[in-house]
Design a protein around this ligand. Structure first.
Ligand code: DGL
Length: 270
């Protein structure tokens, strides 16, 4: 019984944590492609190549279901993977769908015409690749009308978090929020559209102000995973143990993960 959780690095741990809290009896295999992070400055083709290469690892660990807990991979690679790469009997899900469902107040398969929703001014913080893909705006536009999305590409932030340089990470969050607020002075809601950013959620919230609702992508993804497994219990897979795998240096990655999750985490080499 193991579900795979993938990220370019440490950010997917925010999703893993929420998924573990929501599905405590489930085993998870986590894989961080730390050797190749960040993905957010790479081309779509590179993100596709790295993501498919990493996801193959999960099949060998008995996972039939993999969650791309990475917005960049979800935006740049997932559709292509689902159309032509995912083998029969396996499934790869992304992190966009639950967020769009929450904002658009409807289920993914609801194909009725777009309608007005409660949140009209949305600040999107994401990696340069996710912002460039415009995947978020495109999916939202199919479902909701009158929603103004202002996107801020948060260059440098994933590197700072991966390096554990929290002073730099904090300064970058403040300057990216300032830049966003110059373009959209009064957002109703903010989306941390990169799974690394919830590790800085307090700094985002303080910089945005208490009246801006910051959407928790991790909890939405965990809820959506629980719902998916209710409908597809056979996708739980055959693996039996929880594991943390990295393409990077296991000691370094374990130390950072322990710092972020505030519990002991030991990574093995993928
Ligand atoms: N956590 C990834 C995301 O959600 C970070 C991407 C990166 O490596 O730049 O987009």
């Amino acid at each position: 019984m193991a579900v795979g959780i993938f990220d370019s690095g440490l950010g997917g741990l925010t999703v893993l944590d929420a998924a573990t809290a929501r599905l405590p009896d489930l085993d998870f295999v986590y894989l961080g492609d730390n050797a190749n992070a960040p993905y957010g400055v790479r081309s779509e083709d590179e993100v596709y190549r790295l993501t498919t290469q990493a996801v193959e690892n999960f099949w060998d660990h008995g996972c039939d279901l993999v969650v791309l807990a990475c917005n960049t991979a979800s935006a740049a690679a997932l559709r292509r993977m689902q159309e032509s790469w995912v083998p029969q009997g396996k499934r790869v899900l992304g992190v966009f769908v639950p967020m769009i469902e929450a904002l658009s107040e409807r289920k993914w398969g609801d194909n009725s015409p777009p309608r007005e929703v409660a949140v009209n001014h949305v600040a999107l913080f994401a990696t340069p690749a996710t912002v460039a893909s415009r995947a978020f705006q495109r999916e939202l536009a199919f479902r909701a009308i009158g929603v103004d999305v202002e996107a801020q590409a948060c260059g440098g932030l994933v590197d700072a978090i991966e390096d554990g340089d929290m002073i730099l990470a904090e300064a970058l969050v403040k300057s990216h929020v300032d830049a966003l607020l110059r373009k959209m002075p009064k957002p109703h809601a903010a989306i941390l559209g990169c799974t690394h950013y919830p590790l800085m959620a307090d700094v985002f919230q303080a910089a945005l102000g208490a009246d801006v609702k910051v959407y928790s992508q991790a909890n939405l993804v965990a809820e959506s995973l629980a719902d998916y497994l209710d409908r597809h219990p056979e996708k739980v897979g055959e693996g039996k143990v929880s594991k943390f795998l990295t393409t990077g240096d296991p000691d370094k990655v374990s130390a950072r993960a322990t710092q972020f999750l505030k519990r002991g985490v030991v990574f093995e080499r993928a």
